[in-house]
Design a protein around this ligand. Structure first.
Ligand code: PRX
Length: 688
């Protein structure tokens, strides 16, 4: 188990199995479990039923050309959806809306982080669908004509939460090129690895961003990336820089170009055809962490991905024409791709985009935004909720969040206490609130309540709700036997569905091995890497990762990635990274570290190693990491690090079976070292 959180959660969650919660105003729209089961079964009970379900949804979106076949499963696990069909994500999100009369409707309301002396946002930008049409056409034209970007090319976007990020994504889709968005909290080294792997020759970035009142530089990171790439024999041809902060930035005139300058001479009315793409062409890659040191390039399709997003927006978010929709994720992660950009824009609603931190200038920033724009659909993370929960309820209650109809969470398990707080304080006990489970790999939501059919199943505090219609899943033991209700097991998806990844970028064998290796003997079961339970009603309760992947504040971090960054530091001989449960962030990385001969543990060295982690992976890992120096790591006789023991000791649990342990000294030592750090953390004397 990756952390103590899932062990503890089993009991906490089980207590909620039979506590049904009916949000106010939904009393006459509650569906019986039996009726729901019948409906769900009708969408999965045969291959024809599955095909019919997805086809009916696919028929609701725009296609240049309809498919010849809904699902080609002749070469599993490389499933092909809507084979022969042609569409385009940019067309769906932009042109299609103009055709539907949404030309002057506001598509994006963007709010920058800084506020004036009265606490009001200093910068708000509103872009209509027509603005987006014009701007994406101009960018598409520039990319195509000036930079010779063509279908299939990958362009890396390393951008903060500014409207230009979705504009570039859509412009690339327009010309059939793919994006690889990298979260702006990654370091130069991490970004360079992703640029090289994607073979991107163009990077789009900004001079910087605002975060908690501070300016964070981005361009300098990209300058470093250009150098690293050059050393590795990969040439970056252009870096396009968007002016966000307006500060001077280092400049390399051969490569760098300002976004506003490169667009200057492109007419406002330029039109670039949104090219009909094959449903099975790839739309983007997005790197995510796995159990090895190398990030995985998750590759998504055009048509299947579009249909999955369309369907989940319709059913899980019950999206309506006049919705003001706000998902607080960063577009650097899959949630932002699917549920800030493509899903909501495809439905032509008004999307809120906020640049900064939830607690800037104070904890009420989010409820203020909800009040200011009359947000109706809200989508956020448990970590943010737990952070806000620390403050007295009254400060939030002063603001009007009564416009909310739907308020879901995503990214990590939500403990029932946080769920209840969110439902009460944000949802005013009247929202349909569900913890929607999915992954970078699944493209879109796979579980959750779906009010979009006009009725809902009762809510439960912390549940992931039922699996989406048309998709089959199970909770199974190590051998693949189905677990009984309430028994903890591994969560597997047992059928193909349109949103799922096509493959891993340039690594089809790894795709098969990572996701389909574990239950080979069972057929093509997709292994999610999560522990889960299913309750008596068929609701799913995901408990946390079962592998060496951490979820820190909802961010996915591979422990192997952290460890391989650690040994690049000259003082580090080896390390073991494990997750420790954290009341706010879900988990935080604890790194047991063995130093090389000649190096002595010290506070300075600890800080230096943290700086090194920041430089090699980025603040996404380094800001929460706890480093603990030890003389040795507990290992099996064959030399494998026993992470299970380290996890057990930081959670204060009995160590279980230690017969394979080579020497108990290492465990004792790790325990003492951890106790010391813990004591200083509790006293607040440590720098962690
Ligand atoms: O462990 C699960 C957790 O997040 C993992 C996927 O991470 P990522 O690819 O970064 O995508 C996150 C956003 C879709 C899963 O394997 N996870 C995601 N949503 C939930 C969750 N765990 C529990 N409840 C959720 N609602």
């Amino acid at each position: 188990m990756s952390s103590g959180i899932s062990g503890a959660l089993v009991d906490v969650m089980k207590k909620e199995f039979e506590t049904y919660i009916i949000p106010k105003g939904w009393e006459d729209k509650i569906e019986s479990i039996e009726d729901w089961k019948k409906f769900y079964q009708s969408t999965v009970n045969s291959k024809e039923a599955v095909v019919k379900w997805w086809e009916s949804l696919a028929n609701e979106i725009f296609w240049f050309k309809k498919w010849d076949k809904v699902l080609d499963d002749s070469n599993p696990p490389f499933y092909r959806w809507f084979v022969g069909g042609e569409t385009n994500l940019a067309y769906l999100c932009v042109d299609w809306n103009l055709q539907k009369g949404r030309k002057n409707k506001v598509a994006i309301i963007w709010e920058g982080e800084p506020v004036d002396e009265r606490g009001q946002p200093k910068e708000v930008r509103k872009l209509t669908y027509y603005d987006i049409f014009r701007e994406t056409n101009r960018i598409a034209y520039m990319l195509k004509e000036k930079l010779k970007v063509k279908k299939g090319d990958v362009v890396t976007l390393f951008l903060p939460m500014i409207p230009e990020l979705p504009l570039y994504m859509l412009a690339l889709q327009r010309i059939g090129a793919a994006h690889s968005v990298v979260f702006s909290g990654f370091s130069a080294e991490a970004l360079a690895a992703r640029v090289i792997d994607a073979k991107a020759r163009i990077i789009v970035t900004a001079d910087g961003l605002w975060r908690r009142g501070k300016q964070i530089k981005l361009k300098e990171i990209v300058d470093e990336v250009v150098k690293i790439c050059e050393k590795e024999g990969h040439k970056i041809e252009k870096v396009i820089v968007i002016k966000r902060l307006g500060n001077e930035v280092p400049w390399n005139p051969e490569i760098d170009v300002w976004h506003h300058e490169i667009l200057e001479d492109i007419p406002k009315n330029v039109y670039v055809e949104a090219v009909p793409l094959g449903s099975e062409d790839y739309s983007f890659i997005l790197y995510t962490s796995g159990t090895t040191g190398k990030p995985k390039g998750v590759q998504h399709s055009v048509g299947g991905y579009a249909v999955h997003l369309y369907a989940t927006m319709k059913l899980i978010f019950d999206i309506r024409e006049d919705d003001i929709y706000w998902c607080t994720a960063d577009i650097g992660w899959i949630t932002g791709h699917s549920y800030i950009v493509y899903g909501p824009l495809m439905h032509g609603v008004t999307v809120i985009m906020y640049e900064g931190a939830p607690d800037y200038p104070d904890f009420t920033r989010w409820v203020q935004i909800i009040e200011r724009y009359g947000v109706t659909i809200f989508y956020t993370t448990p970590t943010a909720i737990r952070m806000l929960m620390k403050q007295p309820e009254e400060i939030y209650m002063k603001y009007d969040t009564s416009t909310l109809r739907i308020a879901h969470s995503v990214g990590e398990p939500i403990n029932p206490e946080a769920w209840r707080w969110f439902f009460k304080v944000f949802g005013r006990e009247k929202t349909c609130t569900s913890s929607t489970w999915w992954m970078t790999e699944t493209g879109g939501i796979l579980t959750g309540h779906y009010p979009g059919r006009g009725k809902i199943l009762p809510l439960k505090a912390g549940t992931n709700g039922p699996i989406f219609p048309g998709i089959s899943c199970a909770v199974v033991d190590e051998d693949g036997n189905i677990c009984k209700p309430g028994e903890r097991g591994y969560f597997v998806i047992t059928s193909p569905y349109p949103g799922q990844l096509m493959t891993l970028w340039n690594d089809p064998n790894r795709y098969i091995e990572v996701y389909y290796g574990k239950y080979k003997h069972k057929g093509w079961w997709f292994y999610t890497g999560d522990y889960a339970m299913i309750d008596q009603d068929g609701f799913i309760w995901v408990l946390g990762r079962a592998d060496d992947v951490l979820k820190v504040a909802g961010h996915r971090i591979g422990t192997a990635e952290v460890e391989s960054a650690m040994i690049k530091h000259q003082a580090v001989s080896e390390s073991a990274c494990v997750g420790k449960s954290d009341p706010i962030k879900g988990e935080i990385p604890v790194i047991f570290t063995v130093l090389k001969h000649g190096y002595l543990p010290s506070e300075e060295l600890k800080q230096e190693i943290k700086r090194h982690l920041r430089a090699t992976i980025g603040p996404v890992v380094s800001s929460d990491a706890i480093i603990i120096f030890v003389d040795s790591l507990p290992k099996t006789r064959s030399g494998k690090i026993m992470r299970r023991l380290l996890r057990g000791l930081i959670e204060g649990k009995s160590l279980g079976d230690i017969t394979t342990l080579e020497s108990e000294v290492a465990v004792e030592e790790a325990k003492k070292a951890y106790e010391m750090v813990k004591a200083s953390l509790e006293k607040g004397t440590s720098s962690e």
